[in-house]
Design a protein. Sequence first.
Length: 186
Amino acid sequence: MVREILIVFAALFCEAGEARTETAQKAVHLGNLIFTDDVLFTVSARSALQCASQCLSVKGCLTFTYTQPSSQSTSCRGHTSVMTSDSTNQTAPGSSFYSFACDSSNLQTEFVLYQNARIRHTNLYVVNRPTLDECQAACITEPQCRSVDYNPTTLHCNVQDVTPLDEPDKWQLGGHDYDYYQRACA
Ligand SMILES: *[C@@H]1O[C@H](CO)[C@@H](O)[C@H](O)[C@H]1NC(C)=O
């Protein structure tokens, strides 16, 4: 199966005054459909970007479909899971499916920094007292690695296979010495 994915836009995720940039990717092979699995909300939206912002503002929203307003369907539908070719669906012309979940094949070697942020208790493993470069290098060699929490004082390095979109309740801003680095997604 050809899985054509396009980068469409970045949207802001705001929590406790901090902003995160996330990229949603359009899965062309899931076009002209809406899905009934794991629906978190259905609202109207004026654009795919507005629908993306809505998804990022609702805890647990990982994917969404945006349907052109000319269609009968509600235009913005958020989901807690990634849809596949087995997902329960209905035909809805003008719909596009977008995902904030990054495919491992799209993960980059660059990181985006979020200061005084971390994800609690979701480590793949801990690296002992590395430099920041060594901590990030450990992540890059791990195909599942999405992010690291790094404490520049204690040199703690937590290698993680999740982002705050996967673990919204474990995302912690402030009150600790960690910085959060998320692998960029092409
Ligand atoms: C849509 O649903 C049909 C049957 O209901 C299924 O055969 C098909 O694989 C589904 N397509 C996607 C992209 O989920």
